[in-house]
Design a protein around this ligand. Structure first.
Ligand code: HEC
Length: 153
C-alpha cells in the first residue's frame, strides 16, 4: 500500500502532462477567430437566455412568445419587450405584475416575480425575448439589471 501511493502520484503527474498539450490545442483556434467573437458572444447569450426562458417563462408565455389569450400576455411583438424602457422591462421580471391592461386586453393570470434569478439570468432571458420570434432589439446587460435591482431594494 505504501508503495502504491507514490506510484499513483506519479501516474497522476504523468497524466496531467499528457492532457495539458491537448487543452492548448483546443484553445488556440478559438482565440484565432477574432472577427467572429461578437456574433459568437451574442449566440451564447441567446442560448443561455433560451435555457432560462424554457425553465421560467415558457409555461405562461409559450414557446412562440404568443402567450395565452385572456391569461398571459404575449412577448412576441410586445411594445414593453422591445421598447427602449429597459428599466420597466427589468422591473416586470423582478417584481411581476398583475391586473394591468395591455393593448386594451386584460390578462387574468398573474405575472410572477422572479427576484431569485441572477442579474445575468435576467439579462440573458430579456435579451433572448428581445431577439426572438419577430422581436429585434438591443441586448440587456447584467449591469442594467443590477442597477434596477438596487433601486427596488
Ligand atoms: C405564472 C405565469 C407567468 C410566468 C411564469 C411568467 N409570466 Fe410574464 N406575464 C404573465 C402575465 C399574466 C402577464 C400579464 C400581467 C398583467 O396582465 O398584468 C405577464 C406579462 C409579462 C410582461 C409584460 C408584457 C407587456 O406587454 O407589458 C413581460 C415582459 C413578461 N411577462 C416577461 C416574462 C418573463 C421574461 C418571464 C420569465 C422570466 C415571465 N414573464 C414569466 C405571466 C407569467
Amino acid at each position: 500500500m505504501k508503495q502504491l501511493i507514490p506510484s499513483l502520484c506519479l501516474i497522476l503527474v504523468l497524466m496531467s502532462f499528457q492532457t495539458q498539450p491537448k487543452k492548448q490545442v483546443l484553445i488556440k483556434p478559438k482565440t484565432a477567430v477574432v472577427t467572429a467573437a461578437p456574433a459568437a458572444g451574442m449566440k451564447a447569450v441567446l442560448l443561455r437566455g433560451k435555457a432560462v426562458y424554457l425553465q421560467q417563462c415558457l409555461a405562461c408565455h409559450q414557446a412562440d412568445g404568443g402567450g395565452v389569450a385572456h391569461l398571459n400576455a404575449p412577448l412576441n411583438g410586445a411594445a414593453a419587450v422591445v421598447g427602449k424602457d429597459k428599466e420597466k422591462l427589468i422591473r416586470i421580471v423582478l417584481k411581476g405584475m398583475k391586473g394591468v391592461d395591455i393593448d386594451d386586453e386584460s390578462y387574468n393570470n398573474t405575472m410572477a416575480p422572479h427576484p431569485e434569478l441572477t442579474d445575468q439570468q435576467i439579462a440573458d432571458v430579456l435579451t433572448y425575448a428581445r431577439n426572438s420570434w419577430t422581436n429585434k432589439a438591443s441586448a440587456v446587460s447584467a449591469a442594467e439589471v443590477k442597477a434596477v435591482r438596487a433601486k427596488i431594494k
